[in-house]
Design a protein around this ligand. Sequence first.
Ligand code: CMC
Length: 435
Amino acid sequence: MTTETPEGSLQVTDTRTGLRYELPIFDGAVRAMDLRQVKASDDDFGLLSYDPALVNTATCRSTITYIDGERGILRYRGYPIEQLAEEASFLQVAYLLLNGELPDKAEAEHWAEDVTHHTFVHENIKKFIDGFHHDAHPMGILVSTVAALSTFYPGAKDVFDKESRRVQVVRLVAKMPTLAAFAYRHAMGLPYAYPDDVLSYAGNFLNMMWKTTKLEYKPDPVLEHALDVLFILHADHEQNCSAHTMRTVGSSHADPYVATSAAASALYGPLHGGANEQVLRMLTEIGSVEHIPEYVERVKAGEFRLMGFGHRVYKNFDPRAQIIKQVADQVFEVTGRNHLLDIALELEKVALGDEYFVSHRLYPNVDFYSGIIYQAMGFPVEMFPVLFAIGRTPGWLAQWEEGLLDPEQKITRPRQLYVGHPERDLDSDTPSTGK
Ligand code: CMC
């Protein structure tokens, strides 16, 4: 419970009773629980707030990520995303999200060593992955194998033990790329490539994805850096669908492996992390710039959405999308230009000049360009949400731990407005109950 003095109050009158109430305002919010005192009669449960999809409800107080959707601002622990993408590595950013401060030199080295040391997975995990069908979606494999890690580390259930939490966090950050790459190799019928501890986090992931017969895999430094930046851009995004899932599952004190698996499942949907996969499919379906006007008309007619456009929070621009465009230029210098880029650029131009998109405040989001880059780097579309999940893991874990240690939190249990039948009795007209 906060001890701050309120910055003001909201005075409301219940017209059912004529009673007046004063609700204190803290941090620009009234507490939903303060509504409970508002009752139509003595036996009334008290007033609820109704907020499907939680569009106007703060579910926690957080110090991790700040977003100002109107001004296109994204900061992790106070640092602007532009500066982090320019000057920090993904592992440093992961440390920042998890610990609140950037690591100094010694801390950074120790953290990188720790993560590198835990990149291997138990050999049984390989057998487990072998059981999946050859065309299993890698996101399905990732979600299942992350949950399966819970059975390998039963100590993870001790969520209030600081050291246990630290170890599971390291393991999860370290093993996500390994599981992701193994999922890909399984689909390709390739032998699994083991982690290489002399490589960077992103470089090692590329190694596990692409290594063939050569003894050592040397990642292209431009692609390695681009992937690192992409991971940074995806590392956290405050209370989105998957972070909220992570906190919700964590609120029952489930271990972080199953919570991460649940968060990854939430990410899998096409309206969240599955969007970059859908963007690529959409650009491929459009096929050429001449087909764009017709496609845009169909979007406006409500047939389907323009994938990679729109955001619940950003209403002017997505700062991540702007950084990604620069990364795209660097990547295409190495890989050659992805022909889908021309379609994407023209589609963006048409949409941004169109009244429908302008009035609905729809702008390209992070996923509009990320897929084109991933494809140019050689990743199949099915791997796109998996790449998102690798980058997002430190954010999920930071959200999980913050929620767990917040004394104001308890098991998540929203209310509902019941609008079904009132009580009724079974009678002779009721279809057979089988008894
Ligand atoms: N194409 C066409 N119309 C759209 C789109 C779109 N991409 N997004 C929203 N709209 C329209 C929607 O039809 C509605 O119109 P109206 O008011 O006339 O009925 C209005 O804009 C508001 O839509 P909403 O669904 O209430 O907005 P939301 O804040 O709930 O949705 C969103 C946010 C990201 C789910 C949505 O914009 C969307 O479906 N975008 C496409 C999927 C996508 O790119 N997702 C990735 C999000 S960024 C990565 C991440 O953080 O996961």
